[in-house]
Ligand binder design. Structure first.
Ligand code: PRP
Length: 204
């Protein structure tokens, strides 16, 4: 049996749809219940439903063989797992945003983000010294309320920025979801994993 860590939230729907297109017969229970572990015996699969930021943790520690994780999380966390496939789903991008026509504070610019590591490398490469403020969500609040000059966050439809009167200053990187695998499972369950990879590859 393969255990797959699925991200709850916005990636979930597209990830489940992708698996169904690859002809996995998945029960509605997977989408609709509050259960955190769903076993699909007829497919020899077990799903664990995790927070997107935690998917790679379960896979790295080997309690999940496989996982579906956004490239944003992979860049931020640098987990010791193999990235097998770019699934091409949940496309969005990481960007710098802030209030319009507002220059960064020259002395001590502050950047709020859920991605401190990505943000710090981005500004280091530009040779700019910034203070990074880690938030866990609703990042767009930070410039509105005077906590930060800029944010580094995911932009998908752009609606959150727009509805909060923020503008994009710079695009950092395109993000899609990836199929990741535990290093040991990749060897010990090679057959099952490569058969799943082939089924998914065939439809992406
Ligand atoms: C993400 C991201 C932005 C928003 C972007 O937040 O952090 O806030 O989605 O999407 P959009 O461009 O389509 O508006 P999410 O909804 O995951 O919640 P969070 O604020 O708790 O991180």
């Amino acid at each position: 049996m393969l255990t797959i860590a699925m991200p709850k939230g916005r990636i979930f729907e597209e990830a489940a749809e992708l698996l169904r297109k690859a002809d996995y017969q998945l029960p509605d229970e997977l989408d609709n219940s509050r259960k955190l572990i769903v076993e699909v015996a007829h497919e020899d699969l077990r799903f664990i439903l995790a927070k997107p930021m935690d998917v790679a943790t379960y896979v790295e520690h080997g309690v999940a063989d496989l996982g579906i994780a956004g490239k944003d999380v992979m860049l931020e966390e640098e987990r010791d797992v193999y990235e097998l496939l770019d699934l091409g789903i949940s496309e969005c991008y990481l960007a710098v945003a802030g209030l319009p026509n507002t220059p960064m504070n020259e002395v001590a610019p502050r950047i709020a983000t859920k991605y401190p590591s990505v943000t710090s490398s981005f500004y280091r490469e530009k040779g700019e010294q910034v203070e990074i403020i880690k938030l866990n969500g609703s990042i767009e609040l930070a410039p509105l309320i005077g906590l930060a000059d800029r944010i580094v966050d995911i932009v998908s439809t752009g609606n959150t920025l727009k509805e909060n009167g923020l503008v994009e200053y710079e695009k950092i990187k395109t993000v899609t979801s990836r199929l990741i695998v535990n290093r040991v499972s990749y060897r010990t369950k090679a057959k099952e994993i490569s058969s799943m990879v082939e089924r998914i590859r065939a439809i992406i």
